[in-house]
Every structure is written in structure tokens, then in C-alpha cells.
Design a protein around this ligand. Structure first.
Ligand SMILES: *[C@@H]1O[C@H](CO)[C@@H](O)[C@H](O)[C@H]1NC(C)=O
Ligand SMILES: *[C@@H]1O[C@H](CO)[C@@H](O)[C@H](O)[C@H]1NC(C)=O
Length: 221
């Protein structure tokens, strides 16, 4: 250490300690990944296998047709188009994806959460009432009415929704910080699981009569 000032050595050690302390495993791209010792029986990797870069071309980085409105004639009156590595292969391992959402008048993107990503939403057309709820113990609701050109952020993992409160169609785009943000629609996960959750569990959890749960489970199965 001759010739190197002690304070520089101390700084270098501090920097090393900091980088060790902030190191973390890469985020998973799926709900779980059961370990295998050999690749012979493996069916999944975190992300997808990579094409030889020499064979990549511009189409691997591109998608067309988001200008075409999607069909919103369903019970919720909304339709989400997610562009991830399945649609744009070059997104693999790049940690981002994009959603395009069409809403009929009074169409709803129902309460849901993305376990692996924050979402930043831009309203392109129409008027949306959006909101999210913070985690326990406060469960605080944040809401806002958005018009074309307005942007809103839904923090990672929190339950959120968008509702078209206008009399016209609405269109929004959402950016994600994961190539596979994941999607848990609350009603489908709770009342539409396969097989269904025991109605006694849900009747107690929601403090309602079991008949209410039976009706809801029928609705979502
Ligand atoms: C993987 O290898 C370890 C160590 O040899 C062994 O204990 C374990 O049972 C193996 N797991 C599987 C799924 O084969
Ligand atoms: C969304 O729109 C596409 C294209 O219009 C359609 O094929 C698809 O069934 C729609 N999805 C839902 C959930 O309505």
C-alpha cells in the first residue's frame, strides 16, 4: 500500500462493502422454478433461450398494429394487449414490456396486481378513473381521474384498476420494468382458482354467507 493514501484505501473498502451489501439475485421471471440437477429434463429458464446474434434481424425488435382497436365486447368492457418477449423476441432479458389497453365506455380493467413490476400508464384517449391501494396496515387508496396525455404510476405489487368513466372509448399504454410483469386478477385468483378454494375459507375471509361465495365461484369458473 506504499504511496496510496490511507483515506483512499478506506474509501475503496467502503465502496466494496457497499457493493456487497446491495448485491441481490436477479428477479425471477416466473412464480417459481423448481431446481433440477441436470438440464436433460428442464423445460424452463428464467427468460427464454437466446437466438444466435448473427441471425437476429430488425423484425425481432418490432411489432405492428397497436393502432387497431381491440374487441371490448366482453363482460368487463376492456381488452389488454401485452407485448412481451412472446411478441417481440428481442425483449428477452432486457427487463421491459409494454401493454396497450382498450376500454369501451364504462369498461373496467379490474383490480389486479403485477408481482414483478411497477407500471407507468399513459392515457392516449378518453377519461379513466384509476387507483391503487397500499399494503397493510393502512390500505390507503390513491385515485385520480386521468385524461388524454395524463400519466399515472402503479407501484410494484400493489392492487390497482382503471375504469373508463367517459362516454367514449378510452385507450392507454403501460410500460413495465420486467419482460414478464406477471398478472394476478384478484377476482379470478380468489373466486376462480382451479380447483376452487374451499368456500368455508372464503366465507370466513370475506365475512359473508357461504351462498355468496358459491355464487361468486360459479361466476368465475
Ligand atoms: C441433486 O443433487 C443433490 C446432491 O447430489 C441431491 O441430494 C439431490 O437429491 C438431487 N436432486 C434431484 C432433484 O435430483
Ligand atoms: C381482445 O381483442 C382481440 C382482437 O380484437 C380478440 O381476438 C380477443 O378475443 C379480445 N379479448 C377479449 C378478452 O375480449
Amino acid at each position: 500500500m506504499k504511496g496510496v493514501p490511507n483515506c483512499l484505501v478506506a474509501l475503496a473498502l467502503m465502496a466494496l462493502a457497499c457493493s456487497v451489501a446491495s448485491a441481490f439475485d436477479p428477479s425471477p421471471l416466473q412464480d417459481f422454478c423448481v431446481a433440477l440437477n441436470t438440464s436433460t429434463d428442464a423445460v424452463f429458464v428464467s427468460g427464454k433461450f437466446c437466438k444466435d446474434p448473427k441471425l437476429a434481424n430488425a423484425n425481432d425488435f418490432s411489432f405492428q398494429g397497436l393502432n387497431i382497436p381491440r374487441n371490448t365486447e366482453n363482460a368487463l368492457g376492456s381488452n389488454v394487449t401485452l407485448l412481451n418477449a412472446d411478441q417481440i423476441p428481442a425483449l428477452n432479458t432486457l427487463g421491459t414490456s409494454l401493454a396497450h389497453i382498450d376500454y369501451a365506455p364504462y369498461g373496467l380493467n379490474p383490480p389486479h396486481t403485477h408481482p414483478r413490476s411497477t407500471e407507468i400508464l399513459l392515457v392516449a384517449e378518453g377519461t379513466l378513473y384509476v387507483g391503487f391501494v397500499t399494503s397493510n396496515p393502512n390500505n390507503r387508496l390513491f385515485t385520480k381521474i386521468l385524461k388524454a396525455g395524463d400519466v399515472f404510476v402503479f407501484p410494484i405489487g400493489l392492487i390497482h384498476f382503471q375504469f373508463n368513466v367517459g362516454k367514449t372509448n378510452a385507450v392507454a399504454f403501460s410500460g413495465f420494468g420486467s419482460q414478464n410483469p406477471g398478472l394476478i386478477v384478484i377476482a379470478n385468483a380468489v373466486f376462480g382458482s382451479d380447483p376452487p378454494i374451499n368456500p368455508d375459507v372464503l366465507a370466513k375471509a370475506f365475512q359473508v354467507d357461504k351462498k355468496v361465495i358459491d355464487d361468486l365461484e360459479k361466476q368465475f369458473n
